[in-house]
Design a protein around this ligand. Structure first.
Ligand code: PLP
Length: 366
């Protein structure tokens, strides 16, 4: 047998990996002044010193593997949320947990239903898992749960509902979600992605942490990346029926949740009240910024998350360039809109000024 390599293109990897970058992160603009990072929906606050100290203490043990099941973190989450420990799986960010769910349902021919536009990583995770994406258009910027229920068929294994929706900031109400669940077959997994739940102030919004006991096919994803300000550490958690959490633990990428991250998340839960005060501040800034942009004449929808959505359509890319010239990173979805995170007061004011100037001279070429 010839040992010559007859293939011209090298090792044969999955075709999905030949696509250009599947996900482009938001980058800091190169501008004269300070970069204002409003592109990734992060907390603008430095971590609390107590959290930094917890990470530093944990760093003394990094010659050892991390606690495999994240037992301290699971126990603390259980106490804080009043949820039994066997219903909780912490992971290296909610994206990692979502990836495990995509893999868990990803047999040949499987389909996953989600709204579009929604979180950019859903199609990426679907493609990587070899699952077909069924995208259901938003209606008025929000989930059309009726249309989503209609798209559930024999091949559907999972439905993802992003609540509040990234990037539009819209929310799903408790009643409409309960009606939707009645239409979902019990062998289809429903994932409520609640990455921004702590920023919700609308009392009618569904909470997965209330409903997961009622529906064994419902799981909830929460994260420490947003309200808890730990995006760089990668910690999130999943809550759901033990029949699902047990299997997610089997699909788990071993030791992916590291020791300093676990320690920081436990400390963050202990200091929850102080961190939630920061969220309250962000909610106030959200209203202030929305009102300022509307006063400048921009169209801005109400948001229940730590960002605002500007449906600028064909002007989106030019507007984002203008923001970059002013040192402000935003997230642009060409021909659709721009998402801007709620930042520190100074950053929000700088963004409002850019918007006022934009409304006076809308094209970046003038
Ligand atoms: C809807 C949604 N889910 C999940 C995530 C990611 O969360 P994590 O940092 O926990 O992986 C994000 C981050 O932007 C998001 O917008």
């Amino acid at each position: 047998m010839s040992t010559e390599n007859t293939r011209e293109s090298g090792p044969r990897l999955r075709a999905v990996l030949d696509a250009p970058a599947l996900f482009e992160p938001s980058v800091a603009p190169r501008a004269a002044g300070p970069a204002r990072l409003l592109g990734s929906n992060e907390s603008p606050h430095d971590p609390l010193p107590e959290i930094v100290a917890a990470m530093a203490d944990a760093a003394l043990y990094v010659n050892r593997y991390p606690d495999y099941g994240g037992r301290d973190l699971t126990a603390t989450l259980s106490r804080v949320h009043g949820v039994p420990e066997d219903r909780i799986v912490p992971g290296a960010g909610s994206i990692a947990l979502l990836q495990m769910l995509f893999q868990a349902v990803g047999e040949p021919g499987a389909e996953v239903v989600y709204a579009w536009r929604s979180f950019e990583l859903y199609p990426v995770l679907a493609d990587l898992a070899g699952v077909r994406s069924v995208r259901v258009p938003l209606s008025d910027g929000g989930h059309d749960l009726g249309a989503m229920a209609e798209r559930i068929g024999d091949r559907t294994r999972m439905v993802v509902v992003c609540n509040p929706n990234n990037p539009t900031g819209t929310v799903v109400g408790h009643e409409e979600f309960a009606e939707f669940m009645l239409r979902v077959p019990s062998d289809v997994l429903v994932v409520l992605d609640e990455a921004y739940f702590e920023y919700v102030r609308d009392p009618g919004v569904v909470s997965g942490l209330v409903l997961h006991r009622r529906w064994p096919n419902l799981v909830v994803l929460r994260t420490f990346s947003k309200a808890y300000g730990l995006a760089g550490l990668r910690v999130g958690y999943l809550v759901g029926d033990p029949a699902i959490t047990t299997r997610v633990r089997r699909a788990y990428l071993a030791y992916s949740l590291n020791t300093p991250a676990q320690a920081a998340a436990v400390r963050a839960l202990e200091l929850r009240e102080r961190l939630l005060d920061r969220v309250e501040e962000a909610v106030g800034e959200r209203t202030r910024l929305r009102d300022a942009l509307r006063a400048a004449g921009m169209s801005v929808s109400d948001s229940q998350a730590n960002f605002l959505w500007l449906p600028l359509g064909g002007d989106s890319a030019a507007f984002a360039r203008r923001c970059a010239e002013d040192g402000i990173a935003v997230r642009v979805f060409p021909d659709e809109g721009v998402r801007v995170s709620i930042g520190a007061r100074g950053d929000n004011e700088a963004f409002a000024t850019t918007c006022e100037r934009w409304m006076q001279h809308p094209s970046s070429d003038t």
